[in-house]
Design a protein around this ligand. Sequence first.
Ligand code: NAP
Length: 261
Amino acid sequence: MDLNLKDKVFIVSGGSKGIGEGISRVLAKEGARLVIATRSQGSVTEELADELRADGTAVEIAYGDLQDIQKCKAAIDLALEVYGSIDGVVNNAGVNDGAGLTAGPDAFRKSIEVNLFHYYNLVHFALPSLKKSRGAIVNVSSKVAITGQGGTSGYAASKGAQLALTREWAAELLPYSIRVNAVLPAEVMTPLYRKWLDTTFEDPGSKERQISAKIPLEQRMTTAEEIANMVAFLLSDSSSHTTGQFMSIDGGYTHLDRSLT
Ligand code: NAP
């Protein structure tokens, strides 16, 4: 299927690692032009950008912590300066920071700052361009928004709010034909996931095997590329009548009958 994404311009937050890296790679393969907005300075981001550029993709990097509103604006400004338009925003940057009920009000607020506000801010600043291009928005949420996890109130609240915003923006942006959808990963091995396993469990290897065994389809984790393929589809004209939807890309982990595993 030709997704018709050639030369389209997308902002991908957290686009140089994990799921975001997968999204950048898939969009690059489709011929899109990218702005990767990330705080991950140095080789991880530079090497990815160099690799994609060597394959002919136009890639700009907007460095900075997106908790800073001005960094959100700078990422959008960069896209407009270099490419002149924006066809889509992929809100993906986030951290499961374990700010649970005992962590206290400051930790809860910080967690929401690191996980939620930039989803709104990037879309706010991109909106005039998205209206012109009839662009699309994809919010990367999490299964945690609907299943809970325990010990991570700030992250869960942010991920739930991202789903609420997906429906809210889908409604608000109907007159402009701007489509807004969410993708809900469950278990994807990324630097964030590796850190969570390694710092939370005494035997991370056995915990990883235990989790994989509970994933109904093929007893394996979802790859970043499998998440990215859905994101690319949702950004493309091929999903031209799909809006306000929550897509669980998780091998049936969230919704299928527990007795299957
Ligand atoms: P990851 O491996 O840590 O990659 C996330 C990237 O986003 C990193 O480059 C990170 O930078 C960057 N980032 C985070 N907060 C940022 C901020 N405030 N400003 C700028 N950059 C920021 O994470 P991932 O596992 O790919 O997760 C990506 C998204 O998927 C997140 O929204 C997460 O909630 C969601 N998700 C993941 C899973 C999973 O199984 N992995 C499951 C459900 C949902 P640093 O390296 O500096 O932190």
